[in-house]
Design a protein around this ligand. Structure first.
Ligand code: C5P
Length: 222
């Protein structure tokens, strides 16, 4: 970790496809530069998880307000169930609902009061932090993404084939990019980070350089 000048204000918006490396990359930047990190996908996963758990057949605004009002970092942390297949699929489905996005934006806006922070997700550079100091857009080839995700699943001993992983990532990316509300898109000014042919170490080196240069551009030497 490097020590930055105390009084810097710096925001980083990170967007990209599922399994493109953006979560690993965000965690690295946060740790290396001492930034606070919000992985916004967890917000959508939390809502999906609650709806499934509460067995809600019909979504009314009162219920949605109630479950989103008291979201805390603690509630978003270490909940393996939020990464179960049904929750993942449902999260992408409820992410299309404008009212849910509006409710979850409140949490993200509050988080944006931090001095040095990163938000990672799908609509961060476009909607949540349109004035971010640095915008990164992660991508990776479908074949490589599926391989990486399968490796993670194998570690967890989940029974799934490479073809199935590929299909489900493709479906989710399609939905996230083509929905009407806040679709995933590459915004002007964003820096493309293609992780297809990078090892984790190479990706980290690239991110370190990008972030350092962007901070220096705003504040001069670190
Ligand atoms: O990033 P993660 O895969 O955990 O996100 C789960 C789902 O939440 C995504 O597939 C997407 O539909 C939704 N999401 C979103 N906007 C964000 C973050 C996530 O719509 N900013």
């Amino acid at each position: 970790m490097i020590k930055l000048k105390k009084n810097i204000y710096f925001s980083i918006a990170i967007d990209g496809d599922s399994a493109s490396g953006k979560t690993t990359g965000s965690k690295f930047i946060a740790k290396h530069f001492g930034f606070k990190l919000l992985t916004s996908g967890k917000l959508y996963r939390y809502v999906a998880f609650r709806i499934i758990k509460d067995n809600k057949k019909k979504l009314d605004n009162k219920y949605l307000k109630k479950i989103t009002k008291n979201i805390t970092f603690k509630k978003l942390q270490n909940n393996k169930m939020m990464y179960a297949d049904d929750v993942t699929t449902y999260a992408s489905s409820i992410a299309k609902i404008k009212f849910i996005r509006k409710l979850l934006n409140k949490f993200q806006k509050k988080f944006s009061k931090n001095k040095k922070f990163i938000i990672e997700g799908r609509d961060i550079g476009s909607k949540i932090l349109p004035n971010a100091d640095l915008k990164l857009f992660f991508k990776c080839s479908p074949a490589e993404k599926a391989k990486r995700r399968l490796r993670e699943y194998n570690k967890e001993k989940r029974k799934i084939t490479l073809q199935e992983v590929k299909k489900s990532l493709k479906k989710r990316d399609y939905s996230d990019k083509n929905r009407k509300e806040s679709p995933l898109l590459f915004v002007k000014g964003a820096v493309l980070v293609d992780t297809t042919n990078l090892t984790i170490k190479q990706m980290e080196a690239k991110l370190k350089k990008l972030v350092r240069e962007a901070i220096q551009k705003k504040y001069g030497n670190l």
